[in-house]
Write a protein that binds this ligand. Structure first.
Ligand code: 13P
Length: 257
């Protein structure tokens, strides 16, 4: 059975005091032992504060992005080693906001995944279609293209996947309009099928997160779907009560890690 994960993407929000407050609140929610696996993705500037609060707990944290070179003259960029130095285990790669606002290509996403793996980080690769693409019936084609860009980087020699994939339909992000559990399940099953073409063993074990207006009141229905292994939560991860409610829904989805 796959474990279940709840990840909170804080995006470009929060100052030091918020990081301490939010992290402490999650720790005090006492999900003991930490089921689901809870991971937070604060802005780079708050990684240290989060790590100080969470270092002796089961809570994990990660970066929202990284650059594909190890070091050098790349003003404003952050390397995998820098994230590891902050205690990160995970890194988000190819979030739709990066693909859309910063024009990240599938090839760049793949390069970032490669360097994340070399740095010892687990990439959470984000994929998702726009509203127009869904309306044109192009959802599967878009997801296929985005997922195929990173699947050659799967570790085929072991049975434990080295990456996580998050399906985040762009039309559901920050809109309050989540994909229905059935819509999300259909795409998750499609992604798992793509992975199965590489390895059925890895496909069975690969964590597939859903993101896009996950809230306390829709999390249980989403997490109840066969191929949805948790959530990547944006706005609601900044609201302590909502986020804890989502974590509780994951706990109740009844999977052990
Ligand atoms: P919302 O939960 O705010 O829709 O954001 C989803 C997201 O982009 C998480 O990465």
């Amino acid at each position: 059975m796959r474990p279940i994960m709840v990840a909170g993407n804080w995006k470009m929000n929060g100052l030091s005091a918020d990081a301490v407050h939010l992290t402490q609140a999650i720790l005090h929610a006492e999900m003991e032992p930490m089921r689901p696996e809870v991971v937070i993705f604060p802005p780079f500037t708050l990684l240290h504060a989060v790590s100080q609060e969470a270092k002796s707990s089961a809570l994990r944290w990660g970066g929202q992005n990284l650059f594909w070179e190890a070091s050098g003259a790349y003003t404003g960029e952050i390397s995998g080693a820098m994230l590891r130095d902050m205690g990160c285990r995970y890194v988000l790669i190819g979030h739709s906001e990066r693909r859309q606002i910063f024009a990240e290509s599938d090839a760049q996403v793949a390069q970032k995944v490669k360097v994340a793996l070399l740095s010892g980080l687990t990439p959470v690769v984000c994929v998702g279609e726009t509203e127009a693409e869904r309306a044109q019936g192009a959802t599967e084609a878009v997801i296929h293209r985005q997922v195929e860009a990173v699947l050659p980087l799967l570790n085929l020699e072991t049975s434990q996947p080295n990456m996580i994939i998050a399906y985040e339909p762009i039309w559901a992000i920050g809109t309050g309009l989540s994909a229905s559990p059935e819509q999300a399940q259909a795409v998750h099953a499609f992604i798992r099928g793509l992975v199965a073409a590489y390895s059925t063993q890895l496909a069975k074990r690969l964590l597939l997160l859903y993101g896009g207006s996950v809230k306390g009141n829709n999390a249980a229905a989403l997490f109840g779907q066969t191929d949805i292994d948790g959530g990547l939560v944006g706005g609601a991860s900044l609201q302590v009560g909502e986020f804890i409610q989502i974590c509780r829904a994951a706990e109740l989805a009844g999977r052990g890690g």
